[in-house]
Design a protein around this ligand. Structure first.
Ligand code: HEM
Length: 535
């Protein structure tokens, strides 16, 4: 049952790791038979033909032929690093999760990613970035699978294949739609207007981070925390980078991407190797766990909404430091499998319909991406807490399970009782008695107020960048009707924004079609912050 590598999840500061399949003095076959020659196939005479019986030739070629695994269906391009999370103890009244205790150190593996590009695409594109963290806690693994943008395109996971189809490659030419001809992306976001909020974050400077070290991270959904006394609160997770939030300007991104498509990946690994360890603080926005699951009128189950930090300040609960680069990219970055259902005692999910769908999707895709049901035994995915499950057999089973048939209670296997006191407890929240419907709550219907607030919170230079981005991207649509529909969405957000983009596209600026509420800016949304002059 021992893992393949001696230090499976990496000693934080890059201690040498030796694979069991690289030990021994001589080159061997996979069976340990010493080889004399690996450069010449076995032939019937020097001029051939090659003999089928050449096992070494066939083993070498066959294994090579199967070296690639499918890339992730989204977030295919990424980079990962090892590190340590240290709790501050400030969350102990809110959650019993042990890794947040004061001074408690937990090993972590973080994978940053773009969403849309393939595995070999460039780092500096305009896109959302993934920020997924695996905490190997003593109480079981906790995966915080977030993004660098605090809202999502859709409110219900059932639309996820649709938004991804609209934004990835054209089915006929396999040209990425969000990076070249843009019709389907803008068609989707102008028809599914809940996507307007996330889209404006993408059009802002947040869509092109300077480096991974300069990104915030967000759990996006609202989670439920439970403390030792069984009391609950609702909470959102935030990562705050020590270096502050910084972006590339569009031209900088084009040049950096052209000169070095691995710009962000290189920055991450170079900074770690230089000892300039990237750091983030983990923080929580905390809300009372009420039956309505709202805060200040904001529906906490709607993943297209934020709670402005002025209303619910982010309270620091711990620190993340990345100190180790992967030993092997495939073994660690490509094979890591995150899942929102990996939760330690003290953290639970809510009924957010986006979150609920994600709970199904990740393990489902990993079953095919990582070749069957035993990918949790891959070293990077193995919990650091002791595992004693009843999962058996299946493709690529590495464990040699002993004992009698696994079931509980079992009078023949000599024990292993459940832990009733410290184990994971689903918070016994009341589930409303209701009628089956395919519908959203009415509170999900406002698609514009928070987008307006984001726009209003930007400094003039940030606004200029947003206008430029909308104009540039929309200009690439072939269909006039799609441009016009998106410009109508901008009219529903803000007349100045709409007018400037419409002018750039040579279109008239329409009147809003939805009731228009003025909103207070939220300074925390601006990367530049502080005071800014009026328009
Ligand atoms: C992958 C974040 C919504 C399906 C990822 C990854 C991140 C992420 C960070 C990359 C994980 C890695 O590095 O391996 C998010 C966030 C979401 C969201 C923050 C919304 C708040 C969804 C939804 C679905 C979905 C709604 C489907 C219903 C997937 C799938 C993968 C993925 C299938 C690939 C996983 C793998 O191959 O291991 N997501 N996602 N995501 N996401 Fe999401």
């Amino acid at each position: 049952d021992a893992p393949e590598t001696v230090t499976p999840t990496g000693a934080p500061t890059g201690a040498p790791k030796v694979s069991k399949s690289q030990q021994g003095e001589f080159l061997t076959t996979s069976q340990g038979a010493r080889l004399r020659d690996t450069d010449h196939s076995l032939k019937a005479g020097p001029r051939g033909p090659v003999l089928l019986q050449d096992h070494h030739f066939r083993e070498k070629i066959t294994h090579f032929d199967h070296e690639r695994i499918p890339e992730r269906v989204v977030h295919a391009r990424g980079a990962g690093a090892h590190g340590t999370f240290t709790g501050y103890g400030t969350a102990s009244e809110l959650t019993k999760a042990g890794f947040l205790a004061k001074g408690k150190e937990t090993q972590v593996f973080v994978r940053f990613s773009t969403v849309l590009g393939s595995r070999g695409s460039a780092d500096t594109v305009r896109d959302t970035r993934g920020f997924a963290t695996k905490f190997y806690t003593d109480e079981g693994t906790f995966d915080l699978v977030g993004n660098n943008i605090p809202v999502f395109f859709i409110q219900d996971a059932i639309k996820f294949p649709d938004i991804v189809h609209a934004a990835k490659w054209h089915p006929d030419r396999e040209i990425p739609q969000a990076q070249s001809a843009h019709d389907t992306f803008w068609d989707f976001v102008s028809l599914h207007t809940e996507a307007q909020h996330h889209t404006m974050w993408n059009m802002s400077d947040r869509g092109i981070p300077r480096s991974y070290r300069h990104m915030e991270g967000f759990g996006v959904h609202t989670f439920r925390l439970v403390n030792e006394a069984g009391e609950t609160v609702l909470a959102k997770f935030h990562w705050k980078p020590k270096l502050g939030v910084h972006s590339l300007d569009w031209e900088e991104a084009q040049i950096a991407g052209g000169v070095d498509p691995d710009f962000h990946r290189r920055d991450l690994y170079d900074s770690i190797e230089a000892g300039a360890f990237p750091e983030w603080e983990l923080g929580l926005q905390v809300f009372p766990d009420t039956e309505e699951e709202t805060f200040a009128g904001i529906d906490l189950l709607d993943a297209t909404k934020i709670v402005p930090e002025e209303l619910a300040p982010v309270q620091p609960v711990g620190k993340l430091v990345l100190t180790g680069v992967p030993t092997n990219f495939h073994a660690e970055v490509e094979q890591v499998a995150f899942h929102l259902g990996h939760l330690p005692p003290g953290i639970d999910v809510t009924n957010d319909p986006l979150l609920q769908g994600r709970l199904f999707s990740y393990v489902d895709t990993q079953l095919s991406r990582l070749g069957g049901p035993n990918f949790m035994q891959i070293p990077i995915n193995r919990p650091h807490a002791p595992v004693n499950d009843m999962l058996r057999d299946g493709l690529h089973q590495h464990a040699v399970h002993g004992g009698v048939a696994p079931y509980r209670p079992n009078s023949l296997d000599g024990g292993n009782p459940f832990t009733t006191d410290t184990g994971f407890l689903d918070v016994p929240v009341r589930v409303a008695e209701s009628t089956k419907v395919r519908a959203n709550p009415v509170s999900f219907d406002d698609h514009y107020t928070q987008v307006r607030q984001f726009w209003q919170s930007m400094t003039p230079v940030e606004k200029e960048h947003i206008v430029r981005a909308y104009t540039f991207e929309l200009a690439k649509c072939y269909e006039q009707a799609i441009k016009e529909r998106q410009v109508q969405c901008l009219a529903n957000i803000d007349p100045v924004l709409c007018e400037q983009v419409a002018t750039g596209l040579g279109l008239p600026a329409p009147e809003p079609t939805v009731p228009f509420e003025t909103v207070e800016p939220s300074p925390a949304l601006s990367q530049i912050g502080g005071e800014w002059p009026a328009d």
